[in-house]
Ligand binder design. Structure first.
Ligand code: SF4
Length: 448
């Protein structure tokens, strides 16, 4: 990179990556819990993809039964700490709270859940569940992200012998490597890894299927396999200059930041992030918090079509990120490293198959922006190498096709969940998939 942003002091990095939302004190948690109306039909529970009994766990906070509250939460969701901190609660549970209809502040469900689960880990993770007797069957889990952890924890309770195979040295998948540190720290994610390990789940790290062990060998060791590998590398922009130094995928960049060695992460003075999803916002705000002077998001459609949530958009604006809507990159400029980006203005034409207006370049509207770094955030590819080695998997639009009830794939012994079946949703969706798939595996092996 030609122009690197100036490194910050450790104190500045800590301040920039400090958690966005402070935790509740005990008194404030109890006061907030007492505001809940404990609605009979609890729309908040219906809006949560894991269907946590929200009034149930809140009521236990009010009566200061925090262990019971943790049990209510964790029996629905094995990665409840990450979800408490990273879930888009505005559009899920809190967005459904009845207080919204009354034009009042919804119950802060995410912060209450965080209060309970942090208290649970602080108390040394006391045993909450009794596992069924060992059933003699074993399951291999590929990937230790939220889907893999949820599936393995649930399988352990059902009496299975469970081994997770993780390619990286540190487990936790997306929760460990892919969520902005001001939302979730690696240490939070690793507590959830420890939780499933406490129920007997084994984790083998630095094992890549197809490298250290073939899928065939893995399959011969286990009675069933669950795939929870998420998605692969960032999509290429498919423009000239993409291989210049200073062009990086959003996921790769976010991973570097997640290692929390912030002074070691190089960021340009001027950064262009291509794409306007939630990952783009994470990459842009992280670049800004690392010390980049100017960070811009370039998106080919308009603001109303951007996939990022409104609160993420506002966070980026608050961080000083600027937006170029209806703009598309046509070339990355530079001789060896990125020196700029050439873009074209876009007009929005007829609706596409997903009901969004199709962007078309406006001839002659090309313009150049000087930048030192380009972050590609237009989506992620499927891990075709691994999926291609598994017989009888059906892949559609880059996603593994599964039975919606059992999560069984086209290969009866193989189950899947999380981003690799939905193309990239929330952590909470992956947690639900993993749990449901565990019961699908039980049904496959025991017929009930
Ligand atoms: S909808 Fe709101 S008030 Fe009703 S149970 Fe859920 S959190 Fe409590």
């Amino acid at each position: 990179m030609i122009n690197l942003a100036q490194k910050l002091t450790e104190q500045e990095y800590e301040k920039n990556f400090a958690e966005l939302h402070p935790p509740f004190s005990k008194n404030s948690a109890v006061a907030e819990a007492n505001r809940c109306l404990y609605c009979y039909d609890s729309p908040c529970t219906k809006a949560c993809p894991t269907h946590i009994d929200i009034p149930g766990f809140i009521k236990k906070i009010a009566s200061e039964n925090l262990k019971g509250s943790a049990k209510t939460i964790l029996e629905a969701n094995w990665v409840a700490l990450t979800c408490a901190k990273a879930c888009p609660v505005d559009v899920l549970c809190e967005g459904a709270c009845v207080f919204i209809e009354k034009n009042e502040k919804p119950i802060e469900i995410g912060r209450l859940q965080r209060f309970v689960i942090e208290n649970y880990f602080h108390a040394g993770m006391p045993k909450l569940f009794s596992a069924k007797p060992r059933n003699g069957k074993s399951v291999g889990i590929i990937g230790s992200g939220p889907a893999g952890l949820a599936c393995s924890g649930e399988l352990a309770l059902l009496g299975f012998d469970v081994t997770i195979y993780e390619a990286k040295e540190i487990p936790g998948g997306l929760n460990t490597w892919g969520i902005a540190p001001y939302k979730v720290r690696q240490a939070d994610s690793l507590k959830e890894v420890k939780l499933v390990e406490s129920y007997g789940v084994k984790i083998k790290t630095k094992i890549r299927i197809g490298k250290e062990i073939s899928f065939e060998e893995l399959s011969s060791k286990h009675d069933a396999i669950f795939i929870g590998i998420g998605l692969g590398e960032s999509f290429d922009l498919k423009v000239e200059g993409e291989n210049l130094k200073g062009v990086i995928g959003a996921l790769e960049f976010i991973e570097e930041v997640k290692a929390e060695k912030w002074s070691k992460v190089n960021v340009g003075k001027r950064v262009a992030v291509i794409g306007a999803g939630n990952t783009s916002i994470d990459a842009a705000t992280e670049a800004k918090r690392l010390g980049a002077e100017h960070v811009m998001i370039i998106y080919r459609r308009s603001r109303s079509e951007m996939p990022a949530y409104e609160f993420e958009f506002q966070l980026a604006q608050k961080d000083g990120v600027t937006f170029h809507f209806q703009t598309n990159p046509v070339r990355v400029i530079g001789s060896n490293s990125v020196e700029g980006i050439e873009c074209v203005k876009m007009q929005l034409a007829e609706l596409d198959e997903r009901g969004r207006r199709r962007p078309k370049p406006i001839p002659g509207s090309e313009f150049k922006i000087p930048v030192d770094m380009v972050i590609k955030a237009i989506g992620q590819q499927t891990n075709t190498d691994l999926l291609g080695s598994i017989p009888n998997l059906k892949i559609e639009n880059g996603m593994i096709v599964v039975d919606p009830e059992t999560y069984q794939t086209g290969n009866p012994k193989v189950f899947a969940g999380g981003d690799c079946i939905n193309g990239g949703k929330e952590v909470v969706n992956a947690a639900y998939d993993g749990k449901r798939a565990a019961h699908g595996i039980y049904k496959y092996l025991f017929g009930k």
